[in-house]
Ligand binder design. Structure first.
Ligand code: AMP
Length: 281
């Protein structure tokens, strides 16, 4: 039976007992509206730790004022049923008040990997992510925490935070889970109308075109990006926010020839903002 806890104090008490019994804790932070991508993270956490905690919290401070915080899909009962099927040990689903008490003022500000890409187009986003994950790490104190490659820049940011602030938690990256036609699974895919859903395939097609050039031996970053850009440009109503080649660990933008790169895309399809990436080499 998956236990559901909403209070930080109660969660701390419960996890103290789990640790006293010698079990290791694995943690999967999410914003809910769970899909198979999230569930793959839970499965990986179960392999890596004895007791798995999944948090479900739509974190207000990582959304910009004009973003989709209000309309973000919320479906706690369905999420808990899915987690129950996986025999997840515990779901932590705090209220906004429980996480951010009146007078909340402390934020983590990061440079380095947080500056480019989504850091540029979503000011304050990674500060909100780092702050909530630091809070959750302090509350749960997990041995390992699993995050998806889907949010590659988020992983780079959080790995840096763990080093810089001496968290005793190992971050593990899980691969991107895709729909059968290649679209990266995302809670935000729910926003897409059927015609938009078709156009959204331009993101993964662009990445796969670049990957086939890579597999044929192309190492020039500009040529790989041009191949991807061609696919995006030929799809109407796909508005590219960024298309970059970066070092997969530092998020530093690359030019010239490289043996280990990530190509990352953010684009709007209608009013929906989607991201995707591929690591090569
Ligand atoms: P979110 O609920 O969108 O904040 O995502 C929670 C976690 O699930 C993050 O670590 C994401 O990177 C991960 N995730 C989201 N979509 C996918 C996917 N398609 N494949 C693998 N992991 C994913």
């Amino acid at each position: 039976m998956t236990e559901r806890i909403e209070s930080i104090a109660e969660l701390r008490k419960k996890l103290a007992r789990v640790k006293a019994g010698g079990q290791t804790i694995g943690f999967v932070p999410t914003m809910g509206a769970l899909h198979k991508g999230h569930l793959s993270l839970v499965r990986l956490a179960k392999k890596e730790a004895d007791f798995v905690v999944v948090s479900i919290f739509v974190n207000p401070i990582q959304f910009g004022p004009k973003e989709d915080y209000q309309r973000y899909p919320r479906n706690l009962d369905k999420d808990i049923a899915l987690l129950q099927e996986l025999k997840t040990d515990l779901v932590f689903a705090p209220s906004e008040n429980e996480m951010y008490q009146t007078g909340f003022t402390t934020h983590i500000n990061m440079e380095g990997p947080a500056l480019g890409m989504c850091g540029k187009t979503r000011p304050g986003h990674f500060s909100g992510v780092a702050t909530v994950v630091a809070k959750l790490f302090n509350i749960v104190q997990p041995k390992i925490a699993v995050f998806g490659q889907k949010d590659l820049q988020q992983i780079a940011v959080l790995k840096r935070m763990v080093i810089d602030l001496n968290f005793d938690t190992e971050i593990i990256m899980a691969p991107i889970i895709r729909e059968s036609d290649g679209l990266a699974m995302s809670s935000r895919n729910e926003y897409l109308t059927p015609p938009e859903r078709k156009k959204a395939l331009a993101l993964n097609r662009a990445l796969f075109i670049a990957e086939s050039a890579w597999l044929e031996g192309e190492r020039d970053v500009t040529k790989l990006l041009n191949a991807a850009a061609g696919v995006l440009a030929e799809t109407p109503d796909v508005h590219v926010e960024y298309l970059v080649a970066v070092n997969p660990e530092t998020m530093q933008e690359l030019t010239g020839k490289h043996e280990h790169i990530a190509i990352a895309i953010a684009a709007r399809v209608g009013s929906t903002r989607l991201i995707d990436n591929l690591i090569m080499g």
